[in-house]
Structures are given as structure tokens and as C-alpha cells.
Unconditional design. Structure first.
Lengths: 251, 162
């Protein structure tokens, strides 16, 4: 069976289509393995070689990966929710109710999105605390720490903009109170609040603005910074954050 | 050769052609960027709002008995009438924007969100609210109705004489 599979794989690799996609033979030597990584868009930013030490990870190191996983989950469930949601008052509220009581599996998707969002905020904070207490902001990781802070803010803004979308009393007052904090800014506060809400009160314009921010602008910013964040993890020498003393020791 | 530019022309000006052109370019891009930012700001400031009008008629003054506080639900304004006259007090708490409630039994305006308390004329009694409730401009229309303008705040001692 194993030889049959092996032969089938060999045959597949010798086809013209395979060769046109990967443009090289099997990765069986160190050189061909390196070339395989360099020549792939999705792998080329990964280091070709890593230290064994940097692969030794503990459970707490998964916090960042779990945040990414939740982000992907939220994108998938969010896109699915968009099929039944109109960002208009008062339709938005009825759509949310329909998702809960009328649409098949709608309540499952909505709760997955909602609870997933709460969990992501929690995990991103846990990730930040872990990195902070491990000294992960120290050189050469300072820049990636700053990128991480941006991602924390993007996560909070995503959470906040999404909070308005059910268009219920909780959403309305949370955003009323939150945007009133903006107007406490001297001189320009009221103007910024007016532009953020598209009016003087939390109305249809505000709902549409928060919707566009929530489903287009903030996710794009998040994608961009997540890409930089993961890329820098590799370029800064892997996940393991250890001082030189630790490296010398048996730890 | 007589018409050619002297070799030290750029030295005379103290700036090379390349630097001049790049400074011009950066300057032009900067002006264009500022203009773009201004246009974007204008675009995001709506000119027509589908919100309740900020100026409204509050009806005939006789609707409001002396020593009364009347809450206008649609406008979030209290029309207060004292022996001295009328004033219009905002019903929106100055703390975080919740709608306050008139408590006639306690003779105070109270906020349900964080417990701020105000006198009927908007003066702060206690609570996290940092400022008293603002007074809106209140006037009479030519046909004798009360007219409140919520975009104009006036001093608390300005009273529309009854």
C-alpha cells in the first residue's frame, strides 16, 4: 500500500502540471529543500533553518497562535453572518433577532462570533501579559512588540465597532457613552465625535460607519499587521525569548 | 558656448537642480496630501442629517404651570418654569451622555447610569458628572410659542420672563 502511494506520488510529481507549478524536483537534499522554501510565496519569509531550541515551545507559547486561530474563526463566521445582516436601523436589530430565532444554525454562528470575539480579547491580553513578563519586548523584539500593541488596539476597536451592530439598547448606550468620551477632548473633541458618528446622535450613519469599519477597514489593518507580526517573529530569531544566561544554562 | 549655462550657476543659487526638483515634488505632494485630508474630512462630515431638528417649538407657555419641570421625551429637554420665568435644561447627563430623569418626589434630576444628581435648574448636587446641565436658548415665536434652540447654550441666570 505504501509503495503504491509512493509510486503514485512519484508519478504525480513527474507530470507536466506539477512541474509547471513547483518547477523543481522533490526536496530530498538540503539545497532542494531550501529552494523549495525560497520559491514558495507562502513559505519564503520563513527561515530555511531554525535552531532546535527555538522549536522547543511550551503551552503558553500557543497564546499568539490561538489568537490567530480565533481571528480566522471570526472572519469566517463574520462573513457568514453578513449574508443575513443589513446595517440599517431598525432592520439591523430584526436581522439579529432573525439570526437567533429564524435562520437555521444562525444562533450557533452568532454565538460563535460573539463568544469568539470575547475570547479573542481575553487571549490577546493573555498573550501580551505573557510576552511582557517573559521580557519579549527586549531587543531584538522591540519593533514586534510595537506591532503587537497596534494589533491589541485593532482587536479592541474591532470589538467595540462590532458591539454596535446588534442595534439593541446595550449597543446604543455603549456607543453613546464611548463616543461621548471623544468629545471630552478639548477644542476638536466634538468635531471628531461628529465625524465618527456621522451626526450628533448614534443613528443610522453611525451604524453604517461602524459596520464598514468592522467588516472592511479594521480587518484589513489586522491582516496587514498580523502578517508583519508573524514575519518579524521569524526574522527576529524565532519564538523563544531567552536571555544569554538561560541559553548557556540547562534551562 | 556663449549661451550655455555657467558651470557655477547651481553654486550661485546654493541648491542643485536635483535637490530643487525633489523639494518641489515633496512640497507639491505635501500640499496635495493636505488637500486630500481636508476633502476627506469634508466628505465624512454629513451636510444633511436625518435627525430630529435641534430647534423646536415647545408649545404655548400656558402649558407649563409655575414651579413645574416638564420632560420632553422627543427632545431630551426639561422645560422648567419658576416664578421668575422659563428656562430649558438639557436632559442629557454631562457625565457620559445618559438620559436623566426628573424625580418630583425628591425635587431633583437624577441620572440612572452612574447616580449623578442635579437641581431642577441644572446645578450639580453630586455625582460623577463634571458640569451642571446646560441651559438652552429659549425664546418666544411671534405667535407666542416657546422656541428652544439646542445648538445654543446660554448662561444659567438668563431666564425667559413669563
Amino acid at each position: 500500500m505504501a509503495t503504491t502511494f509512493h509510486t503514485a506520488l512519484e508519478n504525480l510529481r513527474s507530470t507536466r502540471v506539477w512541474k509547471s507549478i513547483f518547477r523543481r524536483g522533490p526536496a530530498i537534499t538540503n539545497r532542494t529543500r531550501s529552494v523549495a522554501v525560497f520559491g514558495n510565496l507562502f513559505l519564503h519569509w520563513l527561515p530555511v533553518k531554525v535552531r532546535e531550541k527555538s522549536l522547543r515551545v511550551r503551552a503558553a507559547y500557543y497564546l499568539g497562535s490561538l489568537s490567530l486561530l480565533l481571528f480566522i474563526l471570526l472572519v469566517v463566521t463574520g462573513v457568514l453572518l453578513m449574508f443575513y445582516y443589513h446595517p440599517a436601523a431598525p432592520k439591523a436589530y430584526h436581522d439579529m433577532k432573525d439570526l437567533r430565532f429564524v435562520v437555521s444554525n444562525g444562533v450557533f454562528l452568532r454565538n460563535m462570533h460573539r463568544i469568539g470575539a470575547h475570547l479573542m480579547v481575553l487571549l490577546v491580553f493573555a498573550h501580551m501579559f505573557h510576552v511582557f513578563y517573559r521580557g519579549g519586548f527586549k531587543p531584538p523584539h522591540e519593533f514586534n512588540w510595537v506591532v503587537g500593541v497596534v494589533l491589541l488596539l485593532v482587536t479592541l476597536f474591532l470589538s467595540y465597532t462590532g458591539y454596535l451592530l446588534p442595534w439593541d439598547q446595550l449597543a446604543f448606550w455603549a456607543v453613546t457613552v464611548g463616543t461621548n468620551i471623544i468629545s471630552a477632548m478639548p477644542l476638536i473633541g466634538n468635531k471628531i465625535r461628529f465625524v465618527a458618528l456621522g451626526g450628533n446622535i448614534v443613528g443610522e450613519n453611525a451604524l453604517l460607519r461602524f459596520y464598514v469599519l468592522h467588516v472592511v477597514i479594521l480587518p484589513l489593518i489586522a491582516f496587514l499587521f498580523i502578517g508583519v507580526h508573524f514575519w518579524r517573529v521569524q526574522k527576529d530569531g524565532g519564538l523563544t525569548v531567552r536571555s544569554k544566561d538561560d541559553d548557556d544554562g540547562k534551562n | 558656448m556663449q549661451n550655455s549655462v555657467p558651470e557655477n550657476a547651481s553654486q550661485k543659487l546654493g541648491v542643485s537642480r536635483r535637490d530643487f526638483l525633489s523639494e518641489i515634488t515633496v512640497g507639491a505632494l505635501g500640499i496635495a496630501g493636505l488637500g486630500g485630508a481636508a476633502l476627506t474630512y469634508q466628505y465624512f462630515s454629513p451636510n444633511v442629517l436625518f435627525e430630529p431638528s435641534t430647534t423646536f417649538r415647545a408649545g404655548n407657555p400656558d402649558l407649563y404651570p409655575v414651579n413645574s419641570v416638564t420632560f420632553l421625551q422627543d427632545q431630551l429637554v426639561y422645560i422648567v418654569r419658576t416664578p421668575a420665568g422659563f428656562f430649558a435644561v438639557s436632559a442629557v447627563c454631562t457625565h457620559l451622555g445618559c438620559v436623566t430623569q426628573w424625580k418630583p418626589e425628591a425635587n431633583m434630576i437624577a441620572c440612572p447610569c452612574h447616580g449623578s444628581k442635579f437641581q431642577p435648574d441644572g446645578k450639580k448636587i453630586e455625582g460623577p458628572a463634571p458640569r451642571p446641565l446646560p441651559h438652552y436658548s429659549i425664546n418666544l415665536t411671534p405667535d407666542g410659542e416657546l422656541l428652544v434652540d439646542k445648538l445654543t447654550t446660554i448662561k444659567a441666570d438668563q431666564v425667559l420672563k413669563a
